[in-house]
Design a protein around this ligand. Structure first.
Ligand SMILES: Cc1ncc(COP(=O)(O)O)c(C=O)c1O
Length: 382
């Protein structure tokens, strides 16, 4: 029931003093973060270096991975955590060689730019990046994507949900084509995990990356990397470190004997405070349940789209439910200026060039907040 979802509002202090429609960028902070960070600080202050064991710091990168795994449709022990998605993607790239005939990386030009920057840099290692164009800045034609994937393709890094338009790509069709020609798929689920179902296992993706900052309400400093367990022990990431070693405390520099599970993809000492900060949000999303979140999200994004149509605003997000993530992008006149005015009124949204104003209701958003944002935009647009 949606009223049960709204009961969670009390857990998010910022909701009492703003209209928070920006969970596509930074999810609201759960009040539990105060306690979680305090317990981190208390552990450090009282247990000192013993905290690695007594406070569970050592295992935390994988324990948090296990807490995120159900939201990805992943099995336990398959998800490691890292600093950000760019780094998690660099770890994937470092598992692959691009000096043979299979050297193509195929992705859409609407992928998040950081990921495109990273994969373009792989051209220095022999890769050839092929960007599949969008004709409307909103969608990527599936046939164009499938046609680009051929027997020279090594990797297909795609966004499940496109960050500017919230267009949902057909992951299963892309995975099927990639596997048919022997390529891997790295799925960026940053804009989907926590707001709609993700099923990496059922979809048979090889890698998935995302972070806790947005729809998981977990704050900055934590990304996650899923690697299909059947694949993991064949991969040799060159971005690596002592935490991936089977016996890190042997400090044996003569060789790297790697673990065969998700620890294999770790490198050096993790950012422990960020992992503590991320846990309350991940726990809440697990408890609320992505099915209920998705149902409410579709209803509220429908409400936004209907209101925008009534006002005659251009909607740069697909209308079909199966093609739409959790955000609605509105291209109103002077959208960047309007965004600034909305922020001044504590209506949190953001603006992306070539797209418009992104509005993102989450499970804690009321209909009144949506209507308030729409009415305010209408008064600003005139
Ligand atoms: C789809 C997507 N991928 C990646 C990122 C960012 O990645 P990183 O963690 O490297 O900043 C974002 C947004 O910030 C995003 O929307």
């Amino acid at each position: 029931m949606e009223t049960d979802l709204l009961a969670w509002r009390e857990e998010f202090p910022i909701l009492a003093r703003s209209t928070y429609l920006i969970s596509n960028s930074l999810g609201a902070m759960p009040r539990g973060v105060y306690d979680s960070l305090k317990s981190y600080a208390d552990g450090w202050a009282t247990e000192g270096v013993r905290s690695w064991e007594t406070e569970g710091w050592w295992d935390l990168p994988l324990r948090l991975g296990d807490e995120i795994a159900p939201l990805l449709g992943a099995r336990p022990g398959t998800v490691s955590t890292h600093l950000n998605v760019s780094l998690a993607s660099a770890i994937i790239a470092s598992c692959l060689d691009f000096d043979g005939p299979r050297n193509k990386i195929v992705c859409s030009e609407l992928n998040f730019p950081s990921i495109i920057y990273l994969y373009r840099q792989q051209e220095r290692r022999g890769a050839k990046l092929q960007l599949v164009p969008s004709h409307d800045g909103i969608t990527i034609p599936l046939t164009d994507m499938l046609d680009a994937i051929d027997e020279h393709t090594a990797l297909v890094p795609i966004s499940h949900v496109i960050f500017k338009s919230a267009f949902v790509q057909d992951v299963q069709a892309i995975v099927e084509k990639a596997h048919e020609v022997g390529a891997y798929v790295a799925l960026d689920v940053y804009q989907s995990t926590g707001v709609m179902p993700v099923e990496v296992d059922a979809w048979d993706v090889d890698f998935a990356v995302g972070g806790t900052l947005k729809w998981l309400c977990g704050g900055p400093g934590v990304s996650y990397l899923y690697v299909k367990p059947e694949l993991a022990d064949q991969l040799e990431p060159s971005i690596t470190g002592w935490m991936s070693h089977v016996s890190p405390f042997s400090f044996d520099a003569s060789g790297l004997e790697r673990r065969t599970d998700a620890w294999r993809f770790l490198n050096g000492t993790p950012g422990i405070p960020a992992l503590f900060a991320a846990r309350p949000g991940v726990e809440i999303i697990n408890r609320v349940g992505v099915g209920a979140i998705r149902a409410k999200s579709l209803r509220q994004t429908d409400r936004l789209i209907a209101a925008a149509s009534q006002h005659g605003w251009s909607v740069r997000t697909p209308r079909k439910h199966e093609w739409r993530g959790g955000t609605v992008t509105l291209d109103v006149p002077d959208a960047q200026k309007v965004t600034g005015e909305l922020l001044e009124r504590d209506i949190f949204v953001d603006f992306r060039p070539g797209a418009g104003i992104r509005l993102s209701p989450h499970f804690y958003t009321t209909d009144e907040e949506i209507d308030h944002a729409v009415d305010t935009i209408a008064s600003l647009v005139g």
